[in-house]
Design a protein around this ligand. Sequence first.
Ligand code: DX5
Ligand code: ZN
Length: 217
Amino acid sequence: MSPLISPSMLSADFCHLADAIKMVNNSEADWFHLDIMDGVFVPNISYGMPVIKAIRSKAEKPLDVHLMIVQPERYVERFKEVGADILTVHWEACIHLHRTIYQIKNADMLAGVALNPHTPVAGLEDIINDVDMVLIMSVNPGFGGQKFIERSLHRIAELKAMIKRNKSNCLIEVDGGVDLTNAQQLVDAGADVLVAGNAIFSKENPTEIIHQLKNVK
Ligand code: DX5
Ligand code: ZN
């Protein structure tokens, strides 16, 4: 089945954000991937509420918001207010992860959990029936344009087996260094959603790259 495509707006030209949003609206992409970084959980600061709100006002597709922030439970409802549809928190940032997952669901969003490359997939077993999506980081979070970590393919396959074993409906999203050279392998391993920033926005014809990513079988 063809994957869902979630272009990462971190790689868009922020001077021409409206054009980037229009391009995604008119493409075969399924979601907008928005990376929120606080300079504490990751060594970078991206953008926050006003920018999400602005994107929401022009976006015609769901907002897939990836929080790379500490204590994300402090902001769940505010992300809903500015337009998030899917809210993903990091496993490593949540002391009461089960509680935070239900806080997100109670705010009427889909709940995702992201894992850094070193965090054992096995640690998800007890919440795999509670989450709507697991995001496997295939680079260390913080920056766009990094090199894909090969080991991520095994992690996706391991997660897929866990999802089947538990009869969970949760989606697998992969984020970091995704491009046309690894998209097929990622889908074969079990990825349902491909996030791509640099692979899309650094190209002359981003719409065509989205088309090619979408047409991975
Ligand atoms: C990294 C972010 C990613 C990033 C992906 O911390 O979570 O979403 O923007 O960018 P590329 O596809 O360029 O690796
Ligand atoms: Zn991301």
